[in-house]
Design a protein around this ligand. Structure first.
Ligand code: GCU
Length: 343
């Protein structure tokens, strides 16, 4: 299956590259509409895909004479890292990337990868909705060839394993845990005592199945949508990260849009955020129910304090190595104080 997906991705990428080289951005329906290609790594029933489809409809309703939006799910255009590179060069126009991998493209993104950065989901959402905080990052990547246009909720990340209940950091000792490809995540795993195995999302199922790793960490949808709950029977709410997904667009494409069209695209980005968040809450409840009742996954609720303490040094290290993100960090602490009693 994986090899099949990779072959399709390679073929699609080659077709896209060839059509761009030949200068034919046409929609294939005989008109010369500009095709807007968006890639992501989730299934076609995932909130991300539902939200991007709503965007497609909105743009085609309002600018349908000029643009034909195509959404490619399931890593059809490659892994997230591949898709970010394709977006940088303009081979595709947009992709959804986890904030985790963006730190290797633009260092300041490491702020949202810090474990236990937010006191709760309310503080997290308020920060991500505050453009005076996010714009500093989202609009700072012209040199990297992309701009971030909105964020998508990806819930809370927690550890899950094939057969080891994780009740405290000590239980992670000796376990090989898949993390996203980000130095911050690798360091987090080291501090928690497990052994970090960075790899792309699409490789995790096979790695679990073939015992290359003992577990992974993600939101609840990974159990159901990606089938990890077929293999992993313990999911432990240590709540170590709330890492947003970020929709990024090719810098030139976005900044060459005429003003009126850019305004319509901006409205479309807001629709993505709203639709995805509505779908997200429903999807998490459904995933949990299915994992517990149909897949036999046990959910655990450990004391979070030992996990928080183990990870704390990472805040200091990251801030010391990258003082530029201190103002954002401080602004987040204000939200944490404001929302401390929420829930
Ligand atoms: C979540 C997130 C994805 C990310 C994945 C991962 O599913 O939404 O953007 O790629 O985690 O762990 O790689």
């Amino acid at each position: 299956m994986k090899r099949f997906k990779k072959v399709i991705a390679a073929v699609l990428t080659a077709v896209i590259a060839a059509s761009l080289l030949a200068g034919c951005g046409g929609s294939g329906d005989g008109t010369d509409k500009r095709i807007v290609r968006i890639g992501h790594n989730q299934s076609s029933t995932h909130p991300t895909h539902i939200a991007l489809t709503a965007f497609e409809e909105y743009i085609e309703e309002n600018l349908g004479d000029k643009y034909d939006v195509e959404v490619y799910p399931s890593e059809l255009l490659g892994s997230q890292t591949d898709m970010v590179q394709l977006t940088q060069t303009g081979a595709i126009d947009f992709c959804v990337a986890s904030n985790a991998i963006l730190e290797t493209f633009s260092k300041n993104y490491e702020i949202f990868n810090l474990p236990y950065l937010f006191v709760n989901a309310e503080a997290y959402h308020a920060v991500m909705d505050d453009t005076s905080i996010t714009d500093q990052l989202f609009k700072s990547t012209e040199k990297a060839g992309f701009e971030a246009v909105t964020w998508l909720d990806a819930g809370t990340r927690n550890f899950y394993t094939v057969d080891t209940p994780i009740e405290s950091p000590a239980d992670l000792k000796g376990l090989k845990i898949r993390v996203q490809q980000s130095p911050t995540n690798v360091e987090m795993m080291r501090l928690l005592g497990g052994s970090a195995n960075p790899m792309g999302f699409g490789d995790v199922y096979t790695a679990l199945q073939s015992n290359i790793i003992d577990g992974a960490e993600n939101n609840e949808l990974a159990l159901t949508d990606n089938g990890h709950g077929d293999i992993c029977k313990y999911y432990s709410y240590d709540m170590h990260q709330m890492v947003p997904d970020i929709l990024i667009g090719n810098y030139e494409f976005l900044n060459e849009l005429p003003e009126d069209e850019r305004a319509i695209f901006e409205e479309g980005f807001k629709i993505i955020n709203t639709v995805e968040r509505e779908e997200w809450t429903k999807a998490v409840d459904a995933a949990k129910e299915r994992a517990e009742n149909e897949m036999g996954v046990t959910f655990l609720y450990p004391d979070q304090e030992p996990f928080v303490e183990a990870c704390q040094p990472l805040h200091e290290t990251v801030l010391a190595n990258n003082p530029d993100i201190k103002p954002i960090y401080d602004a987040i602490q204000e939200y944490n104080a404001k929302y401390a009693d929420a829930e």
